[in-house]
Each structure stands twice: as C-alpha cells, then as structure tokens.
Ligand binder design. Sequence first.
Ligand code: NAX
Ligand code: K
Length: 499
Amino acid sequence: MLIARRARDVTAAEAPLLAAGVPLMATAVRALGTAVAGLLRQRCGRVVGTSVAVLVGSGDNGADALLAGAELARRGVAVIAIRAGSRVHDGAARAAHRTGITLLAPGAAALARAARCDVVLDGVTGIGADGPLRGAGLDVVVGLLAALEAVPRPDRPLVVAVDVPSGIGVDDGTVAGPVLGADRTITMGTAKPGLLLPPAALLAGEVDVVDLGLDLAGAEPAVVRLERADVARLWPVPGPTDHKYTRGVLGVVAGSTGYPGAAVLATSAAAPLVGMVRFLGPDTVVDAVLARHPEVVHGDGRAQAWLVGPGIGVDDGERLAQVREVLERAVAHGLPAVVDAGALEVLPERVGAQVVLTPHAGELARLLGARGEDVAREDVEARPLAHLRRAVALTGATVLLKGAVTLVAGPGTAVHSQADGTAWLATAGAGDVLAGVVGAALAVRSDDVVAEPGLAAPLAAAAAAVHGRAARRASGGGPIVAGDVARAVAATLAEVLRD
Ligand SMILES: NC(=O)C1=CN([C@@H]2O[C@H](COP(=O)(O)OP(=O)(O)OC[C@H]3O[C@@H](n4cnc5c(N)ncnc54)[C@H](O)[C@@H]3O)[C@@H](O)[C@H]2O)[C@@H](O)CC1
Ligand SMILES: [K+]
C-alpha cells in the first residue's frame, strides 16, 4: 500500500534522524542521481554527453536537486543550474562549483537552454513551501513553461520533480498557481498527499518513494493507495463448500429505453465476480441483458447487495420509484448498496457507510446542491477531496468520486486514491462498468460490510483498482470501448489474485 503523510509528519520523523547525524540528504541525492541517470539512459541510450537543467530553489529541496546535478556532472552529463530562489544552499553551491557547474540567473536565455535539455530537475520547493509559487521560483516556472511552448513536444525534456512538483498543495492536492508538470516524482521518505490527490496528482507523473528509514508509525495516513496485493487481500476467493448464494447475489436496477446499454455493461462486469446477478428493469432492457447474459436472473428477490442507477435518467419517474423502493429496503436491512447516476436523485436523506455513492464531479456538485450547498462542477474539480468529505458528512454514505484519479472515503475512513487506469478509459459506459465492479465487491463481502460498514470504502477502492487495471489490460496502449473493459474484468481479477 502506498501511504501518504502530511508535510509536518515527515518533518517530525526526519528530526530525530538528523539529530543523530543520519545523512538523509545524501540518500535523497543518490536516489535522484540514479533515477535521472536511468531516465537519460532510457531516453538517449547513454548518460555521458546528455544534458540536464536543474532549477535550484533556496531550501533543501533546491540543495537536493543541485547536489544530484553535481553527481550527474561527475558522470559526464552537461548540467546547467538556474537560480529559482533568493539564495542557494552553501554546501550544494560548493559541490556544484567543484564539478564546473555555474549557477545561471533565471533569464530568458537560460530558460530557453533548459527547455532543450534532456531532463529538467525541478528543485524549486518541496515540503517547506507555503502556498503557490512566488518570487524567483514563480518567475522560473512561468518562464520555463513559456520556453517549452517553443520546443516541439517530442523534443521537450523529461521533467523530474524533487519530492513534489514545486508549487502544488503538498497536503491537499490543490493547484493554486503555475506548476511544471512532471513525468516522474522522486519523493523522499514517504508519499505526500498532494502526489495522490487530484488535481496536483495529475502533475506528478509516476511516483517513486525513496526509503529514508523514517519512523512514520505514529503518523496518521493522510491518503492511501491500494496496490495489487492489497486488492488481493480484500477480494475473497470461493472455497469448495461455496455455492452461488454464499458467494453473493447482486441485485441490479438499471437501464432505460434511452440507455439500455448501461444495464448490459454493469451486469457484464459484475456477473463473473459474484454468485448470481438478479436484474430489475424495463422489459426491453431485460431482453438486452439476458441476450448477453443468460445466467442473469430476472425478477425481485433476496440479494446480498444492490446496485441501482446505471442508465437511469434523473427524470425517469417510474424507474426511480423502483429504485427508491429497493434502496429503502436495502437501507432498512443494513445491506450494502451502490447508488449510481440517476439513482443519486432519490438517495434517502441519511444512509450508512455501507451505501456507496459513485458520482463524477458534476453529479457530486448536483448532490451537494440538492443539500443546500452552492457548488459547481469546477469547484469539485479544484478541491475534490474537500467536496467529497462534505458529501460524506451530509449523507453518511461512502463516496467514490470518479475521475482520472478516483477518490473514496466514508465516515471516519482513510481517504483512498486509485489511479490504475489509462486515459483511454475516458469513454461512454466506463462508469457503468465501474458501478458493476463496486456492486460485486460489496456483494461478495456483504456479511463483512454489514458487520463493519467502514469496509465499504476499501472495497470500493479495490473495485476501482480492478476497473482501472481491466481498462489497461483491454487497452494495451490503444483505444477501447467500455464493453472491452467489462470483458477484461474477470481475467484482470484472476491476475490480481495470482501470487
Ligand atoms: N529535512 C531533511 O532532512 C530532508 C529534506 N529533504 C528535502 O528538503 C525539502 C524540504 O526543505 P526545506 O524545509 O528547506 O524547504 P523547501 O526547500 O521545500 O522550501 C523552502 C524554501 O523555499 C522558499 N519558499 C517557501 N515557500 C515558497 C513559495 N511559495 N514560493 C517560492 N519559494 C518558497 C523558502 O524561502 C525556503 O527557502 C524536502 O521537500 C526534500 O526535498 C530531503 O533531502 C530529505 C531529507
Ligand atoms: K520540487
């Protein structure tokens, strides 16, 4: 599991090691040098004779970056260093000087040179920053972003962020000013919340954590990300005495004459993962679902979890009445349920954590608006975690906010952040497939969720992970439709469960 801790917790954990003389900075610099050399080798086929530009802020983040630059210079890389702060760390400046690196003033000429290097190392600010970039750091980032515009995309340098992309909200993932988006972030000691929380997470690229030996046991995880083994631990494997009812029955209310496909997609994703899917919907939709999945059972009855809403419009009165009835029954029995799309309109005022809402940013804004909050989609996109938390507080539900990075939290649970998919997953019907997988995850562990409703959050995050991985598997780097993702779900779970 990738665990992000807040800046103050990292600083506190560093203090005793620094007091004991542990050379944390040397470890950070070595890791940076190795990572950049690896990228140079990948990009240019060699290290010697390549070029790196280092943006040097005035704190230890800049010192790390400049010392890594000095190490790369010793390995035959042509390094330029650009001042991006009011001062430069003495020891780092001396080391740079010894390797022949000159610190350049942040003028247009220096930034134009940086824009043509093979790698840019962003060491403007790290966890010591307060607020968005200002002063020389801001000028350098704005100037470099402009200089990069003049370089054809394939020729632009790879950007490596030291600890965090400078200027992001380290603890809250906000992006309140210009930030140089990174291809890779080499982060020290532990992940930081801003590397996992959108919108900042989208500027961090691939995140590598450098082990500094920090004791973070006492620091509360701010954000967590499930990895393959975590998903495998959460997902039950049937035993020899299991039968279809013990494996979990998922009841689904989905689809409309306008959107019959949503029901097909949700059931396609869920059917292989559960003991049985029961389906309720308009006759034409039932026919479409059964044509694709003869194993689906049509009609009401007992279920261990319910999924309501895919393909149901906010003005589909008849279907919403059915959703309301099913949802009230599920809530009364404390059963887990997934409430998606149009069904969010008929969510009871308060529910428990075993109910998982699956809005996208627009739907979350609407949900909050219906509860008296003045929120637009853009507000949710700018501060997704804050709005997700608000929705949890107002409804009592577990909320899964869909996006390129999917966030999940319930009342009192850790915040989960999953980014397992691919940009090709931004396609119609992907949300219906996700709803099916979340429904399945709740159905197969229904008894556990009834006993411990807080489990709904990690299970929903695990479902998001399976969904994202299925998309990547189906895509293989190319275009996909949602049906491809649904068809890849079963094999993806098999792969996740394989040791
Ligand atoms: N403390 C340690 O032992 C270690 C620290 N490390 C590095 O040190 C960093 C923390 O170093 P610092 O505490 O010196 O802080 P930073 O280097 O993150 O930033 C503080 C400096 O940036 C300036 N600054 C603050 N806010 C700014 C803003 N909004 N815009 C522009 N400039 C701003 C300040 O004037 C100060 O000089 C970590 O992020 C990490 O990269 C690593 O070497 C690991 C070990
Ligand atoms: K940085």
